[in-house]
Design a protein around this ligand. Sequence first.
Ligand SMILES: Cc1cc2nc3c(=O)[nH]c(=O)nc-3n(C[C@H](O)[C@H](O)[C@H](O)COP(=O)(O)O)c2cc1C
Ligand code: SF4
Length: 488
Amino acid sequence: MRREMYKPSQRIKHKPDPGKPPSAAEAEKSRLFSPISYQNLHLEQCTWVPAMVPWRASEDGFVTDDVLDWYERMARGQPGALVVEATGIRDVPSGPLLRMGDDRFIPGLRELVEVVRRASDGHTQLFIQMIDFLAIRRRPERGKFLRRFLEITDSHRQHLGGEQLAESKIREKLLSLSEEELRSVLTEREYENLARGFRERVTDVHLQHIRDLPLVLPKLFAAAAERAQRAGMDGVELHYAHAYTMASFLSAGNQREDGYGGAREKRLRLPLEVYTHVREAVGDDYVVGCRFLSDECIADGSDVEDAKYFGVEFARAGMDFLSISRGGKFEDAAQPRTGWAAYPYTGPSGYECMPSWISDEQGPFGRNVAPVAAIRDAIRQAGFSTPVVIAGGIHGFEQAEALLETGKADIIAAARQSLADPDWFLKLRLGRGDEVRVCEYTNSCEGLDQKHKQVTCKLWDRSDRDQAGIKLSRDGRRRLVAPPWEPK
Ligand SMILES: Cc1cc2nc3c(=O)[nH]c(=O)nc-3n(C[C@H](O)[C@H](O)[C@H](O)COP(=O)(O)O)c2cc1C
Ligand code: SF4
């Protein structure tokens, strides 16, 4: 069952326009295919495949053969850097999401490193994205919520005129209310728990484990980073973007009063402390960067001015790269159906994160360019040369090269275009860009991601799937990796 994803009301249909591909000689002279070095970061080219969760880990978070196949296929295209999907830093069950919260995950991650080394012939640097997230529950059935989950308070009693009434009577009364009446009796948060499912926030400091996040997270991130290093990863990316814990600390919505919320510098405090612990754990000569948002794209969220400040401070702290995404929040996500959990890429901010072909006048391409350029500018003006990685609808050589030439970004990341064609950077570099399978930005892959189904691309997942030796998705309908391509 698919939750509708937001689309701008103009509904203008945009076609991808990759422009003219370069000849091999043009590619060789280009910035895109030139090396880049800064502190510990040394890439052979300014190309990057950002983190994408393909839902192929085992239920207990281990690397599987399907995970290895996914990264092997991506590595054959020899991007400058490949970032392993968001990987959980805690040792807690989290479904088929990769995990790195214990040493038992190291052998699998080491195998992943070896597969990528071999497949890319040593040309690709492999980083891993480290994520922490808070609890989220499914939207409950109304009756169950009012009969069992809702904690009955004095406020409910007062509203329902029965201070002496037994709890079961209060629950009966609540069950008989109309939606509008119920809304006026429940607190905003209680109503949200009913209408969207319970979701923890970093501001829930009445909960001890939330209050203690600043105590536990630096150690958890540091231990996980050290594991990544032992597994042989070339570096780590701290996930400070989208709807997850660290982004929620940076958010303007974070009004914690314990020194970790409120003003910008306080919201930044924990992300900097996490970085410092990670740096101490992995040493000075290991790649550590982060992914954060140019704009949360929600009402009262952090904006590009906040992001400029954060970018400068991350650079000052010594990060080796800054990868900048956009949007992807829970706050404006679509209401889930009963029995489903809210998904952060279903609202307007989700659209900004992964814009699709049906769009407004601006279209899905380059929506992150102006804010990223402004953040990079602020970082340069503050005297730092930290490389800035841009993503969002980039699918052509001319577009990518122009961004680098005009100093809007330093490294070009492409998620969906790399999923559509994992060889696309290689094809461009070899002067065979006319063979690129161009992403149509219809977001079928994103729909699969939303349902936690193994992610594939509609442009290739039906091709040759009946041939012997082709691995299929669990539903038996789609091939799991892109068809092979041999450079002549
Ligand atoms: C299937 C899928 C999974 C994704 N998973 C992650 C993730 O684990 N971490 C992350 O920071 N971004 C994730 N993203 C967002 C992408 O990294 C990227 O920022 C976004 O798709 C916009 O870039 P694009 O237009 O090149 O696709 C994911 C995107 C897709 C399509
Ligand atoms: S399914 Fe394929 S073509 Fe469609 S958006 Fe995803 S990667 Fe692009």
